[in-house]
Design a protein around this ligand. Sequence first.
Ligand code: ZN
Length: 133
Amino acid sequence: MRRVAEIASYHAHVYFGDAQEAEAARSLRDAVADRFAVQLGRWHDEAIGPHDRGSYQIAFAPDLFAMLVPWLMLNHGRLSILVHPNSGQVRRDHVEDCLWIGPRLELIDDVLPEHEDPPEPPPVPNTRPTLDA
Ligand code: ZN
């Protein structure tokens, strides 16, 4: 069996297509920043990496999972969000060992390496939460 300790951190990737989804994704981003000590990644209007449309990344420590993921479940609206562990097995992490909030989307998985080297650095929170989740 694999051990949970293999998971160094998690990512939540929030996707958007048209302008309406982008606006919803923007408000969700602000609401996350107001409530959680996470590392918010850059906003990408274009497809990047394995993602086939606009997205941004929320990187977070394992101890936030039990609060942040249920909060995203309740607040994603119609957006699709990919939540995946960072265990060093990059392709598995994204494709096989992930979970989706909202409709599942296609990933361009052949751009993902099997293993990550060097490993994903731990998330450094860049938000200043002031609200309760
Ligand atoms: Zn990721």
